[in-house]
Design a binder for this molecule. Structure first.
Ligand SMILES: [Zn+2]
Length: 486
């Protein structure tokens, strides 16, 4: 990957370049006439092309095949009951601790282990998957892209030039841009309605939707690094809980035989990773440690950092400079540097071949012409553990002098990590406990302690602090995490 790929705005416009003809058609799920610049074949193509990047960016598929199969099975049955059963549906559980679920056009549905760990029944899972399937069947993101394209045609591409470095820091791929597209409130209401339809098609207790909406109301809209979570990409269309209760009442149906499947669901969560996984890297203060790849790098103090699946990024407090660590696509540091130097718009000055902390390295200072003006920066390529790493620090030329003295030492802090204390880490995992006797929640917390605050355990179990719980009830505790703090 070259720096230009990392820092330039990505290629959403090119995605639309292929779309030329507008069509108006009746949507099979909603019965509404929709103007669409995106045909079904194009929807499928967009989903297919974005799926690998989205999956990689969001932590990859969760490696436990049993829980993966379980989630996919339910998602595929819901999709088969929808108005567009013949789309090439794909339902994936992602190894990401954010509370989120989303869909791409063409039938690509994603759910994170973060949201799954917060659910308490199969009916809740069916409600969220059904909602996402609803966004696909109603063609909400295809319609959004049509709107985005219409907007772009009006504004012209020139508007992009004036964007600030804040945008470079995000370095989002096409797929990620699709995720940042927010649905409208009407779309949310419609997806809830369709999700309700699909889950009740499969005889899931519609109360599961109320339960999961309540849970989602108590989670935050985004993580600290500003990644979108459920509540930021799915705005609340009003009181969702009340709307669902009304839907249940108006359905005028007897749902008493419908399933919540609480215990079966919870048993599938036993052993699942919960929260951030330190094996993917963790911070001790400003020090980033990667125990699997065995390296460390110290970021500038006060910068906002984000450990993504493909890169670790940091942005200065004033959002006018960025630092990014990622893999370079080259066999050696020398090859990586010559590829970088040959990239369009890049001018390299003052390169050096001096080793860094005993590792073969190449360093260079550079200027880069981008759509948003000239950037100045420092580039480091370093060979370690059979890979070539790329660490780049950059800022618009005007603010470079403010950051030069901070970025130099940050790049030079890349080194191997061998101390067993930092390598021997483990994530927290959910353990399902069957209560041997009736007890209140406080007693449960004492008898089955977790390595997380009581409030978080209460939240993921969706019980009240003083609730009396019957014998035989399944509850989640979270244990087993091991991460050094200094
Ligand atoms: Zn939604």
């Amino acid at each position: 990957m070259t720096t230009s790929a990392l820092v330039r705005r990505s290629c959403l416009p090119t995605l639309f370049a292929v779309l030329a003809l507008a069509a108006c058609a009746t949507n099979p799920a909603t019965g509404r006439r929709q103007l669409s610049l995106v045909s079904e074949a194009q929807e499928i193509q967009i989903g297919q092309e974005s799926d690998p990047a989205i999956t990689a960016q969001m932590g990859g598929a969760y490696p436990d095949s049993a829980v993966q199969r379980y989630v996919r099975g339910i998602g595929l049955r819901l999709a088969a009951s929808s108005e567009r059963p013949s789309l090439p549906w794909s339902v994936k559980l992602l190894d990401d601790d954010l509370v989120n679920a989303f869909a791409l056009p063409g039938g690509y549905v994603y759910i994170t282990r973060g949201i799954l760990g917060h659910m308490n029944s199969e009916a809740e899972l069916a409600a969220v998957l059904g909602h996402e399937i609803g966004h696909v069947t109603a063609r909400h993101s295809a319609a959004q892209m049509t709107r985005a394209q219409l907007g772009q045609l009006g504004l012209g591409i020139g508007m992009i030039v004036s964007e600030t470095v804040r945008k470079y820091g995000q370095a989002v791929s096409t797929g990620m841009q699709l995720l940042f597209l927010k649905y409208g409130r009407d779309d949310e209401r419609e997806a809830d309605q369709l999700g309700f339809r699909y889950m009740t098609n499969l005889r899931y207790q519609p109360r599961g939707m109320t339960d999961v909406m309540r849970m989602l109301n108590s989670t935050s809209a985004a993580d600290q690094a500003g990644m979108p979570a459920w509540r930021s990409t799915h705005p609340d269309p009003g009181d969702r809980v009340a709307a669902n209760e009304q839907r249940i009442a108006q359905a005028n149906a007897d749902f008493s035989g419908y399933a919540l499947n609480r215990d079966a669901f919870l048993q599938h969560l036993d052993g699942m990773v919960y929260g951030a996984d330190p094996r993917a890297g963790y911070f001790i203060g400003t020090r980033f440690l990667q125990p699997t790849l065995r390296f460390e790098l110290t970021f500038p103090a006060g910068w906002v950092t984000q450990n993504g699946a493909q890169a670790v990024q940091a942005v200065s407090p004033g959002k006018d400079a960025a630092l990014q660590l990622s893999f370079a696509q080259a066999a050696s540091a020398a090859e990586a540097l010559s590829k970088f130097a040959a990239a369009q718009g890049v001018t390299v000055s003052g390169s050096s071949a001096q080793a860094l902390n005993g590792l073969p390295a190449r360093r260079a200072e550079f200027d880069m012409q981008t759509e948003s003006g000239v950037l100045h920066g420092l580039m480091l390529f370093v060979e370690y553990g059979g890979s070539v790493y790329q660490v780049v620090g950059y800022a618009p030329t005007a603010s470079w002098s403010t950051h030069a003295a901070t970025l130099g030492p940050a790049l030079a802090s890349f080194r191997g990590l061998a101390d067993a204390r930092y390598l021997d880490v483990a994530p927290n995992r959910i353990q399902i406990v069957r209560l041997p006797a009736a007890m209140n929640f406080g007693t449960f917390l004492q008898r089955y302690p977790s390595s997380l605050p009581a409030d978080e355990i209460r939240l993921i179990n969706q019980v009240a602090a003083s609730e009396q719980l019957p014998a035989g009830r399944l509850l989640k505790r979270v244990t087993g995490g091991r991460v050094p703090t200094q």
